[in-house]
Design a protein around this ligand. Sequence first.
Ligand code: SAM
Length: 288
Amino acid sequence: MKRAMDNAEQIADWNGALGRRWAELQRDLDAMIMPFGRAALDAAAPSPGQRVLDIGCGCGETSIQLARQVGKTGAVVGVDVSRPMLAVARARLASGPLAQLAQLSFREADASAAKLPAGNDLLFSCFGVMFFQHPAVAFGQMRKWLRPGGRCVFVCWRKPRDNAWAMTPLMAARQAMKITPAAADPLAPGPFAFADEERLTGILVDAGFGDIAVQRFDAAVVLGATPRVAAENAAGFGPVSRLLREVGAAHLPILLDAMEQALGPLAAADGRVSLPGSTWIASATNPG
Ligand SMILES: C[S@@+](CC[C@H](N)C(=O)[O-])C[C@H]1O[C@@H](n2cnc3c(N)ncnc32)[C@H](O)[C@@H]1O
C-alpha cells in the first residue's frame, strides 16, 4: 500500500521557503493565476447548496469563489498541506466581508491520505493536484469523497515549451549561470507533471473515474508591471525559484539582471510583461 509519507518532500517544500513565498506573494500570484482558475470554475459551475472540496487550495482564492457560488446552504472545504498558505487563507476569512462566508473552512491535510467525509458533489483544484508521488493512488482516494455522479474538475499546466511565462525567464537564468540542465523526469511531482494529456487521462482512468474530458485553455500570464518586477516575480516562484535554490541566493542579482534583460524586449508599451500560458482543464465523473 502506498502511503502519505511518499509526499514528504513536497510537503516540506510547501511548508518551507516555497510556501512562504507563495504566502507573501498571494495578491500577485492570485492575479496571475486567476484567469486559469476562473476558466476551471466556469467548467465546474457548482450550484447553490453543493458540497465542494478545493484540493491544494493554497491561500484560498478559488475556495472563496466556490463558497460564494454554493452559498449559505452549501459547504466548501479547502484542503492543503502548506501551513503558511493556510494561515493566509484563514486570515482572509477572519475579518471584513469574507467573514460572512460561514460555509467555507480550511483543513491542513495531505489530500492523498486525508480522511474526509464522503458524499461531496465536486472535487475542484486550481494547480493543486500535480504534486503527488503516486497520482493515480491519490486520485483513487479522492474519488471516494465524491457521491456517485459527483464531478472532479481541475486545471493544470501543459508542456513547459507552451508556457513562455515559465520558460523565458528560466532560460535566461540558466544562460546567466552557464547551466545545462540534466534531463528532468517529466513524470516527477511538480507543476508540469500532468503536461502529457495521455498520462493525465490514464491517471484518471486508473483512479476509477469515468466520463473524462481534457480541454486546452490558454491565456496570458501577467508576470509583472515592468521587466524588473517580472524578473523578481519569476525568481519568487515557478522553475526559476527552484534553480535559485540550487545555485544559492547569492546569485540572485545576476539572475535578476539576466531575466530583466531577456524580458525587456517582450514588454508592452506600458512596461507590462505578459507571456503565454497554456493549461489543461480536466473533468471527470465518479461512476459510484
Ligand atoms: C501551485 S500551488 C496552488 C495553490 C492555489 N490552488 C492557487 O491557485 O493559488 C499548489 C498547492 O498544492 C498544495 N499541495 C501540494 N501537495 C499537496 C498534497 N499532497 N495535499 C494537499 N495539498 C497539496 C501546496 O501546498 C500548494 O498550496
